[in-house]
Unconditional design. Structure first.
Length: 482
């Protein structure tokens, strides 16, 4: 049996560390890729929407640090996957999006024909079309582009006439990067004078090496650290120098006001609430890539080997672990809802689930429930909590839990979602059941789009257009029977 370009593409994806393909396929190049993946032992999981497939692939990419892959058919499939691509773009996730397209022989045919590269180009690092004569080189560059910090999505149009054609040289096409290695600069001498610095951890700090260096720095110098939602677990919640969650909101104000300098490690302003940065203290940034932003005024910016830079930092601080622990507890207490003693309040739900499933990975959907989850879920490791933060889209939690669970079915995965977010991806319950995944899905059901309703009330508006209605097991059963 001759080796096709589909076989070569799959082989290169496997060499790049891809664990699984996700998608809702069409019958052109998608079918060829699924067949080639089956021959090579690379699993494919059918999702019920293209966006959910992208979220599943994104979850695997975040956990492994290797590219995730989703496939979609031309036209409606390509249009439908856009929300998942936008999420990978703003959360800096390496994602390969492989879409079918009309072949050259189709000429001027217009049925299902969209300008797909033009659609994707504003929210991907690179978009290209594979052809028989450049397939290996384009795939190699796509993997490089997606995986080079800042990571992000890459889009490839692939016609069936390419994937079904014989590949010269067979599968022998390496996915190894052709980019020149980036030299690591020498670590600097201590570069900022401060007695009460605070570390601000962002999504760029989620590698094992950086997380270990952060923990050693906190312990060696006595520096508290706050984490963004994406950086949950880089410094565990139970660590004595854990200072709380960073959102650019009011909750972290007390500890940040006590600082005389900030050390931003892998902090990308895409993670922060879109409000002016109101702190006068100098901010020193260390990141693996240059971060283009104007929200936070930086005093210094170091780009390179983050872990090596951190090992070189030496500073004497006035902080005590007791003070930091108390400030973190105050921040967490402000997220406790108040109600009757018999009432099961959101923060208590999170605490009970954490007690029931110690060591579980959590995925979190957008909605009012994400605030108690991100405050009370005890993250232990980088990417122990997955959330759509830069895009903050609903419908992420359940598909991300599916992708995460497929990496390790022996480890429990808990998906926290609202009733609105669950309804956006309800079909993926079928995906989880088909894959026999041990998911725990916690639904905060209040029958409304609560955050929008709150904003309407704050403005004195009527609460129109935000009531979902009751969502219960009986409702879902009735839908299934229908």
């Amino acid at each position: 049996m001759s080796v096709t370009h589909a076989d070569r593409i799959v082989a290169m994806l496997q060499q790049a560390g891809v664990r699984r393909l996700f998608g809702m396929p069409g019958g052109g190049s998608n079918a060829d890729l699924i067949e080639a993946a089956g021959r090579a032992g690379l699993p494919f999981s059918l999702a019920h929407t293209e966006t959910a497939a992208a979220f599943m692939a994104t979850a695997q990419a975040e956990i492994t640090g290797q590219p995730g892959v989703c496939i979609a058919t031309l036209g409606p499939g390509a249009a439908s996957v856009m929300n998942g691509v936008a999420n990978a773009w703003l959360d800096r996730v390496p994602l390969l999006v492989l879409t079918d397209c009309l072949g050259d022989a189709a000429g001027q045919m217009q049925h299902q024909a969209l300008p797909q590269s033009d659609m994707f180009r504003p929210i991907v690092k690179w978009s290209a079309r594979l052809r028989p004569e450049n397939a290996a080189e384009v795939m190699r560059r796509a993997i490089d582009e997606a995986s080079t910090p800042p990571c992000g999505p890459v889009h490839l149009d692939i016609a069936g006439e390419v994937t079904s054609a014989a590949a010269p040289g067979g599968k022998d096409a390496s996915a190894a990067s052709h980019l020149p290695p980036t030299p690591s600069p020498q670590p600097p001498a201590p570069f900022f004078p401060a007695h009460r610095p605070v570390i601000l951890l962002g999504l760029g700090a989620r590698t094992p090496a950086i997380a270990s260096a952060v923990r050693r720095l906190c312990e060696r110098c006595g520096i508290p650290a706050l984490v963004t939602y994406k950086a949950k677990g880089v410094l565990p919640d139970q660590h004595p120098w854990f200072g709380g969650v960073l959102t650019n909101g009011a909750l972290e104000r007390e500890i940040l006001d006590r600082a005389d300098a900030f050390l931003a490690i892998g902090l990308d302003p895409v993670e922060l609430l879109p409000r002016p940065w109101s702190y006068p203290q100098p901010v020193h940034s260390i990141s693996a890539w240059p971060i283009s932003q104007s929200q936070i005024p930086l005093r210094t910016e170091l780009v390179g080997d983050v872990a090596s830079y951190l090992e070189a930092v030496q500073v004497q601080t006035d902080w005590t672990a007791d003070e930091v622990s108390q400030l973190a507890a105050v921040q967490r207490d402000q997220m406790r809802a108040h109600g009757e003693p018999c009432e099961l309040l959101p923060h208590r739900v999170v605490e009970l689930v954490a007690e029931a499933y110690p060591g579980a990975r959590a995925t979190v959907d957008a909605g009012a429930h994400m605030f108690p989850v991100m405050s009370f879920w005890p993250a232990q490791e980088p990417c122990g909590v997955l959330i759509s933060n830069g895009l903050a889209t609903m419908g992420f939690g359940l598909p991300a839990a599916i992708g995460a669970s497929l990496l390790d079915t022996s480890r429990p995965v808990v998906a926290f979602t609202g009733d609105g977010g669950l309804l956006m991806c309800l079909g993926e319950l079928r995906t989880a059941a088909r894959e026999a995944l041990p998911l725990r899905i916690i639904v905060f059901a209040d029958g409304a789009l609560s955050l929008i309703k709150i904003k309407q009330i704050q403005r004195g508006y009527r609460t129109d257009g935000v009531e979902i209605g009751a969502v219960s097991a009986l409702n879902l059963f009735d839908l299934d029977q229908a």
